[in-house]
Design a protein around this ligand. Sequence first.
Ligand code: PHE
Length: 341
Amino acid sequence: MKAQLESIRSAALSAIAAAGTGTELEAVRVQYLGKKGELTAVLKQMGKLSPEERPIMGQMANEVRAALESAIESQGAVLAEKALADKLAAETLDVTIPGKQAEIGHKHPMYTALDGFKEIFINMGFEIIDGPEVEESDYNFTKLNTPDDHPAREWSDTFYLDEDSRILLRTQTSPMQIRAIEEHGVPIRMISPGRVYRKDEVDATHSPMFHQIEGLVVDKGITMADLKGTLNAVIREIYGAGTQTRFRPHHFPFTEPSCEVDIQCHKCGGKGCPTCKGEGWIEVLGAGMVHPKVLRNCGVDPDEYSGFAFGFGLERMAMGQFKISDLRLIFENDIRFLEQF
Ligand code: PHE
């Protein structure tokens, strides 16, 4: 047994000295000192020794154990120091290397245009409210006095999300007229910007997703004069003080009377050019006096209250403001385009 202990001592000590990492060292510890380790196995045989031999061997075994434990401890300290030194060497920082340029983005030009627009309306006492893009056809069409056979309801024009044409991607922000009154009551002055969806092919002036800004004013005694005055003031804020406007009769199911509003072409001053397609005028929005049926659909008495509503196209506004010629540039998000604003 003495020889056995001697050989364990020398084998273990050289294994400890050879351990190059903490994991290797721990494996050596388990191999010799663990529950099923070699030294432990020898100790278990102590019972077989004679009473005279037992204390001598016991003492020797304890010495071997103590020697191994202290060797493990000091080798552990050496390895920990080495690991730290390696880590520090690997993580050396060269403070003289030039830094990476952090590229800071900025607001998309269309949202810059929207911010300016919101500012104008906030200054006129309007509230800004948000609404759902997934909408009920009840709000998108029915409560807006849109007849069942109206072409806009066709599956070929509108993205429906269910079989029975109840849920859709809103085709306009006008359902927010209804939701705003239902939620806030009257009198009300609000604008509601957001995405709308139509089954249009992409070209220089069309996209299946675009943005509108709905506006609604309902109060006692609101007239067409309020509509014209408000919209003229807004348009002159956006397009410049001298901007000429033209209110053309039009039709929307939810306004009566309805109109479309054009601005005189800022490029040619009304003579006709490629920007205005030779017209001299550029259409900027649809508007009208809120239809009495729409008010009634929201529980508002049209004999007591009246109002006007309007819908701006945000892309068209941004294109005018930043002189962008193709709608696709707004959505492609090519950094070389966006960097210019
Ligand atoms: N929703 C109409 C459209 O998409 C625009 C509009 C809004 C017209 C409000 C009148 C009043 O064309």
